[in-house]
Design a protein. Structure first.
Length: 206
């Protein structure tokens, strides 16, 4: 992924800071989108294309932590790098626990900022790959028929064919056939792989 493909979303109510960061990022080859507040970003939320968010902690309107929470609820995978001139240890801990990639204090050196952006973009790639894989798994499971999903749900909970047949009111032979088709459709060769899919999709929650 080249720098030119990545959009760095800068959310800060300090115009001079936004301008300085824009010059730095564009000189490094990045595209830049500017927002003077969290509300402005939420008015036109960025998609999940390559990029990250440089976010001021204290702004008029939504705070940085508020915006982080809103973006999480929107299922954004864009990593967030917090920038603040008024940071505190509890504030940074809260941000990192909520999934922030980094927490930097202003003024920040060019090298430190660019390194943080590079790390955030690497994190984006990881999240994108994880999201794509989950989408693939959801598509595989959605291709199962209703009865196949019932069999799948019981198989990954460790039920034997005989137990599944009894629970679903059919023959053990029929369950074996369904189980074979389920494994083929999910493109797995073992029970452990099937269980892994169920776990990743949250299908084993009580």
């Amino acid at each position: 992924m080249s720098n030119a493909q990545s959009v760095i979303h800068v959310v800060d109510d300090d115009e001079s800071f936004r301008n300085a960061v824009t010059r730095l990022l564009r000189a490094a080859g990045y595209q830049v989108a500017l927002y003077e507040s969290g509300d402005r970003l939420l008015a036109n939320p960025p998609g999940n294309g390559p990029g990250c968010i440089l976010l001021d902690m204290r702004m008029s309107g939504l705070s940085g932590l508020d915006l982080q929470d809103r973006l999480s609820k929107l299922d954004s995978i864009l990593p967030i790098v917090f920038l603040t001139g008024y940071g505190s240890i509890p504030m940074s801990v809260q941000a990192i626990k909520a999934g922030a990639e980094d927490f930097l204090s202003k003024p920040v050196s060019k090298a430190t900022l660019l390194e943080a952006v590079e790390r955030a973009l690497m994190r984006y790639q990881e999240r994108r790959q994880q999201r794509d894989r989950l989408d693939e798994l959801r598509a595989l499971v959605s291709a199962l028929t209703r009865r196949e999903r019932e069999v799948f749900a019981l198989v990954v909970r460790g039920k034997l064919n005989k137990q599944i047949a009894h629970e679903l009111g059919t023959s053990e032979r029929t369950i074996k056939a369904h189980r074979h088709v389920v494994m083929e459709k999910l493109k797995v060769h073992s029970l452990a792989e099937a269980v892994s899919i169920a776990e990743r999709l949250g299908l084993l929650a009580p």
